[in-house]
Ligand binder design. Structure first.
Ligand code: FAD
Length: 416
C-alpha cells in the first residue's frame, strides 16, 4: 500500500473511494469464547493481545458507539511510568516498555514521542518526595533524573521561575516519558485485532448480563443476546453503570475531566510539563497546538462535557506557570468521563460472578496504561491468573484494607 502525498491528493480528487477500511464492520455471531465490553483503548488492546499472544480468536469487542469515541480519543496523550508504590510501578514500567515497541508490533504509526516529562518542584518537602519517587522508579528499572533549578532553567527557560507563590525549584524528570497519538493507538490495536479474527462490533450497547446460578452466560445488547464463555468489561467512565447491570456496586465514582487545545503555534514546548503546585499540565502537539488540562469537575457526572469554573481554574494555573500562554487563542475544549477509584489505582480482576471480569478505575491515568492493561486483562481472561505486574489490582482490596494509595500519581491531576 502506498501512502505518498500523491496518493492523498488522488484520493481527495475522487472522494476518498480508494482507501481500504482498517477493520471489518462485523455483525454479531450467536456466541463467542470471550466477549469484551467497550471498544476504547483498553478493550481493543485486550482483544489484540487475546488474539496475538493467547491465541484466542473466538473473541468479540462490543462498543455502544464507534471505536475510539470514549476517553481513548479525548485524553491529553501523556505516557509515563513515574509511580512510587510497588503495586503500581512495575505495571506502568511494563506499559512503557510495550509503548517503546508498539509501532513495530502493530506496524502502525502511533506517533510515540519520548520527549520527557517534568514534574515541577516548588518546595523543599516536595523535592524530598520526588527524590523518593525517583529512587523507587530507578529500583524498578525505570529512568528518573532530579534536576535543580539551574539545570531545569536551561531546558525550559520560558517558565515563571520566580513566581512569588510557587517559585520553581527544580523538577523530577523522566526522559523516556512523553506522548502518543491517542486515536492512532485505538486504530492500530483495532486493525491488529481484526486481522487476527476478532469481531469488532460497533453500535452495540450492552444493556444487561445473563447470569445463571452465579455464572455469566452472555450479554443482552441492542443487537440481541450474545452468548459468551467469559465476559470482560472495560468501559472506563461507564464502569459504575455497566457493572450495576450485573448487580455490583463498585468503589468507583465518575467525574468529568476537561482538556483544551490552542491554535497552532511554532514549536515552543518540546517536553511535557506538570505544575507541582496547581492543577495544570501541558505539552505541544505535532500540529503546534498547546494541549493542556487540569482538575476534574468536582461533582459526579456521566456528561462528556465540563463547566466554566474548572476552565477558569485551569487558565489560572497556566498563567501562573507560563504567562506567555495568555497570548495564545483557545481553539477547542472537551470533556471525558473518569472512572475515579477510591485509592487512585486501577482494578483488573475477576468478579464474584463466574466468568465475569472487570477492568477499570483508571482515573486520569489510563491512557499510559493502555498496552499493559490490555496485556494483563488478556492474561487474566485467557489463563484465569493475574498477570504478575497487575496482581495488586484486586477488586476486594478496598474491603480488605490493602489499598494502593497513590493519588499523588494516579488520581491527582498535577502528575497526570
Ligand atoms: P474509553 O475510550 O472511554 O472506552 C470505554 C468504551 O466503552 C467507550 O468507547 C464507551 O462508548 C464504551 N461503553 C460504555 N458503556 C458501554 C456499554 N454499555 N456497551 C458497550 N460499550 C460501552 N490518561 C493518561 O494516561 N494520560 C493523559 O494525558 C490523560 N489525559 C486525559 C485527559 C482527558 C480530558 C480525559 C477525559 C482523560 C485523560 N486520561 C489520560 C485518561 C484516559 O483517557 C482514560 O483513563 C482511558 O482512556 C480509559 O480507558 P479506555 O481508553 O478503554 O476508555
Amino acid at each position: 500500500m502506498q501512502f505518498s502525498g500523491l496518493r492523498v491528493v488522488r484520493e481527495a480528487l475522487r472522494g476518498h473511494r480508494g482507501w481500504a477500511p482498517l477493520w471489518r464492520d462485523a455483525a454479531p455471531k450467536p456466541n463467542y469464547d470471550i466477549v469484551v465490553v467497550g471498544g476504547g483503548g483498553h478493550g481493543l488492546a485486550t482483544a489484540y493481545y487475546l488474539a496475538s499472544v493467547f491465541r484466542q480468536t473466538r473473541v468479540a469487542v462490543l462498543e455502544k458507539g464507534w471505536l475510539g469515541s470514549g476517553n481513548i480519543g479525548r485524553n491529553t496523550t501523556i505516557i509515563r511510568s513515574n509511580y512510587l508504590l510497588p503495586g503500581n510501578q512495575p505495571f506502568y514500567e511494563f506499559s512503557m516498555k510495550l509503548w517503546e515497541g508498539l509501532e513495530q508490533e502493530l506496524n502502525f504509526n502511533a506517533m510515540v514521542s519520548q520527549r520527557g516529562i517534568f514534574n515541577l518542584i516548588h518546595s523543599d518537602g516536595q523535592r524530598d518526595a520526588y527524590r523518593r519517587r525517583g529512587n523507587a522508579m530507578l529500583l524498578s528499572g525505570a529512568d528518573a533524573r532530579l534536576l535543580d533549578r539551574d539545570a531545569l532553567r536551561g531546558m525550559v527557560p520560558y517558565l515563571n521561575f520566580d513566581n512569588a507563590r510557587f517559585p520553581i525549584k527544580g523538577a523530577l524528570m523522566q526522559p523516556r516519558a512523553g506522548t502518543a497519538r491517542h486515536d492512532g493507538v485505538a486504530w492500530g490495536y483495532a486493525r491488529g485485532a481484526d486481522r487476527r479474527g476478532v469481531d469488532l462490533i460497533q453500535n452495540c450497547e450492552v444493556t444487561g448480563f445473563r447470569i445463571e446460578n452465579g455464572t455469566v452466560k452472555g450479554v443482552e445488547t441492542t443487537r440481541g443476546f450474545i452468548g459468551a464463555g467469559k465476559v470482560g468489561v472495560a468501559v472506563a467512565g461507564s464502569s459504575g453503570r455497566v457493572m450495576g447491570l450485573a448487580g455490583m456496586r463498585l468503589p468507583i465514582e465518575s467525574h468529568v475531566l476537561q482538556a483544551f487545545v490552542t491554535e497552532g503555534l511554532k514549536p515552543v514546548i518540546d517536553h511535557v510539563i506538570t505544575f507541582g503546585a496547581g492543577h495544570f499540565y501541558i505539552s505541544q502537539s505535532d500540529k503546534g497546538g498547546l494541549v493542556f488540562g487540569g482538575d476534574i469537575d468536582g461533582y459526579n457526572s456521566y456528561a462528556q462535557r465540563g463547566n466554566l469554573p474548572v476552565v477558569e481554574d485551569v487558565a489560572e494555573g497556566g498563567m501562573a506557570l507560563m504567562p506567555m500562554i495568555g497570548r495564545a487563542r483557545l481553539l477547542r475544549s472537551w470533556g471525558g468521563i473518569m472512572d475515579m477509584s477510591m485509592d487512585g489505582s486501577p482494578i483488573i480482576d475477576r468478579t464474584p460472578v463466574d466468568g465475569l471480569y472487570f477492568n477499570g478505575g483508571w482515573c486520569y491515568g489510563g491512557f499510559k496504561a493502555t498496552p499493559a492493561s490490555g496485556y494483563a486483562f488478556a492474561h487474566l481472561l485467557a489463563t484465569d491468573c493475574p498477570h504478575g505486574t497487575a496482581a495488586a489490582f484486586r477488586l476486594d482490596r478496598f474491603a480488605r484494607g490493602y489499598v494502593i494509595d497513590e493519588r499523588g500519581a494516579g488520581a491527582q491531576p498535577n502528575l497526570h
